[in-house]
Every structure is written in C-alpha cells, then in structure tokens.
Design a protein around this ligand. Structure first.
Ligand code: ZN
Ligand code: ZN
Length: 175
C-alpha cells in the first residue's frame, strides 16, 4: 500500500494568466510571450525600475517576484528594516546598517572610536542600539554624534542645530 502525503494546497498551474497576475502584482512586464509555461520556465522580464532580468517562473511567483537583483535586495532590506523597527531595533546587522546609511545618504565618519573611511570595510560586525555614530550633517557639513537608536528613528543626517532650526522655522512665523 502506498501512502500519499496529503497536499494541503491546490497544485499551482503555471499558466499565462498566472504570469499576468505576477506582472500586475510586481508592476513588471514579461519580455516575450511564451505559448506554454511550466514552473521551470525561464521568464525574461523588465522590472518596474527598467532593468531587465531572467528568473524561473516558480521563483517569480513564490519568492522574489518579478524584480531585478537590485530591487530584490532593496525590498529585502526594507522588510528587514521594518522588522527591526517593530522589534524596537533590538538587532541591527552590519549589512542592514550599511544599506540604511546608503539609503538615507548618511556619511558616517566614526562608530564609537572606530574611524570609518570606507563604509563597506570599516563598519564593525556588531552594532548595538546604544553605539555612537559620528556623521556629517547634510545641511551645514558640521560633524555631529547620535545614538544608533536615534539615527534609525530620525533616518537623517542632520546635526542637532539644523534639526532645531527646522523645528523653529516651522513653529514660529517669520517676521
Ligand atoms: Zn528593478
Ligand atoms: Zn547641520
């Protein structure tokens, strides 16, 4: 007697309409119309950002979506950052931190006592919420320090003075 494993979900049909569904879901466009598709079909497509990429149908549908490499990485980072945020930033990985600095245009000059000249190489493997980041202000170029925790919340490279000025400018009417 053969015992079959019970399948909890319906078998997915990798058809043209599923491909169209993926196109709409991911705001991308398949480059060629294939007459017959299976989950292993290689689909070449144009990502919503304009980049071209090739992926297996199954990967598109179930995992990364119709996104190019760059956008997949970006999306992953965004998800991790959101997760970190809901965890109260208890865990910050090096890669996420680097991506975060790049995404928010933050020029880090020091972390605690470590001088950062190359962001990809010099960032320590473990970063804690209470570590101190030294960075250049994007507005006045002066150097300021902030806790990692604070930086993750404000998401901007702004010194204390420029942050205050902005608050004053929006609160007080100009004479
Ligand atoms: Zn893309
Ligand atoms: Zn400033």
């Amino acid at each position: 007697m053969t015992i079959f494993k019970k399948k909890s979900s319906r078998r997915i049909q990798y058809t043209q309409s599923l491909l169209q569904y993926c196109e709409q879901r991911d705001k991308a466009k398949a480059d060629v119309q294939l007459h017959y598709t299976t989950k292993h079909s290689k689909i070449s497509f144009t990502c919503h950002c304009g980049n071209k990429h090739v992926k297996q149908f199954q990967t598109i549908y179930k995992y990364g979506g119709m996104n190019c490499k760059k956008c997949t990485t970006k999306e992953k980072t965004r998800k991790t950052l959101n997760k970190m945020e809901s965890n109260g930033f208890k865990r910050v990985t090096k890669d996420n931190m680097i991506q975060f600095f790049k995404d928010h245009d933050i020029t880090v000059t020091k972390i605690n006592d470590i001088t950062i000249s190359n962001i990809d190489l010099d960032i320590p493997n473990t970063i804690k919420r209470m570590d101190i980041i030294e960075s250049k202000c994007n507005h006045c170029s002066s150097v300021f320090t902030k806790l990692v925790r604070r930086l993750l919340i404000t998401k901007e490279a702004k010194c204390y003075k420029c942050s205050r000025n902005e608050i004053n400018n929006t609160n007080e009417p100009t004479n």
